[in-house]
Design a protein around this ligand. Structure first.
Ligand SMILES: *Cc1c(COP(=O)(O)O)cnc(C)c1O
Ligand code: SF4
Length: 333
């Protein structure tokens, strides 16, 4: 008999119907039509346990705003495109991106546990970049040939959609490449669905030959509940380095108080703030964007209130740059 984990069931039961989300949160039905229209462009998807962290009746809830399809998504804007990072240019092998020195990003799976409305994944052809177990060999061959690569980053989609058996199959192959020192996972799942951090997953992290680094993705302190704290504690006990990246989003976390509380809450949960990203200019997400001047002003304010190590780096991705670029280097016209 195939055993299914609690997290796999939770994933299967994720809310995908706008009417169900509105009913659970006791929200006005006048949001329904736009939600259905925009969900047809990029589906609604959100697990029940994440919805349980939202405030019923509040249509401006910061967690709700990240997942509810709204009318503004269908407004196009000349600066917002379907491939804002020009990823296609750094894609030597299906499922592998080599943009920066010393590290490659592998798009491990094409889906996520949640569909964030601001995500650039809404248009990226991940179905073509979801090599699966067969395609790994090509990616691993590329990695094996280049000894300047020390770190492999599993990204997606969300790599923790893969089950523990799949992760083990991959890491067994990766273990044969001795120049890989670190295995980094970029995932929103430990926040959205903390029950994913199973005993088997913890065992997997402990037997890796590479140092495990987990970069979670949390945008608001309200996302961190006791289940998330417990999962983080068990990861720390297993020796996993925990970092966080946040996307700066209008209406969600664009206040100094929220960002300060976020850094403090993350650190209390054992997570080190790493990056605060400006939004990628993806078509349909313009309503989440903050202009650079506003972002810089906010950032200056959090710098004045937080210990240095609690201040994430404010960065954006620039096509062709050798790393993520610090916003402080941006000259405002
Ligand atoms: C963001 C990113 C990385 C990791 O960059 P760090 O600055 O090391 O966190 C690696 N590869 C790609 C393609 C990326 O987009
Ligand atoms: S890749 Fe990350 S930001 Fe995008 S939908 Fe998935 S979890 Fe959300």
């Amino acid at each position: 008999m195939i055993q299914t984990n609690r997290w796999e069931n939770a994933l299967r039961q994720a809310i995908t119907k706008p009417e169900e989300l509105l009913t659970i949160l006791k929200l006005d039905n006048n949001l329904l039509e736009a939600a259905k229209t925009s969900a047809a462009l990029f589906p609604l998807k959100v697990p029940h346990s994440f919805v349980a962290r939202m405030k019923p009746g509040d249509r401006h809830d910061p967690l709700l705003l990240q997942v509810l399809p709204i009318e503004a998504e269908s407004f196009s804007h000349p600066d917002y495109v379907t491939d804002p990072l020009h990823e296609a240019a750094f894609n030597p092998v299906s499922g592998l991106f080599h943009k920066y020195h010393g590290r490659v990003l592998v798009t491990f799976v094409g889906t996520c546990a949640i569909n964030c409305r601001y995500c650039f994944r809404r248009y990226f052809p991940y179905s073509e970049n979801n090599p699966g177990t067969l395609g790994w060999d090509k990616a691993l061959h590329y990695i094996a040939k280049d000894s300047s690569i020390q770190e492999v980053i599993l990204s997606g989609g969300d790599p923790l959609i893969a089950n523990d058996r799949t992760l083990t199959l991959f890491s067994e192959k990766l273990n044969q490449i001795s120049h890989i020192k670190r295995l980094r996972i970029h995932s929103r799942i430990p926040i959205v669905l903390p029950e994913r951090i199973t005993p088997d997953f913890l065992k997997w992290t402990m037997q890796l030959q590479q140092k495990p680094v987990l970069v979670v993705h949390c945008n608001h302190p309200q996302e961190i509940n006791q289940s998330v704290r417990d999962a983080m504690q068990s990861l720390r006990n297993a020796g996993v380095v925990l970092l966080n990246q946040t996307v700066l989003l209008k209406g969600v976390n664009d206040s100094a108080n929220t960002l300060i509380e976020l850094s403090e809450t993350l650190f209390d949960a054992g997570i080190q703030p790493y990056y605060l990203h400006l939004l990628d200019k993806v078509d349909g997400a313009a309503h989440f964007d903050l202009n650079v001047q506003t972002a810089k002003t906010l950032y200056a304010e959090i710098e004045q209130h937080l210990s240095g190590y609690l201040v994430p780096k404010l960065v954006y991705e620039k096509a062709g740059a050798p790393s993520k670029v610090s916003v402080s280097s941006l000259i405002i016209k």
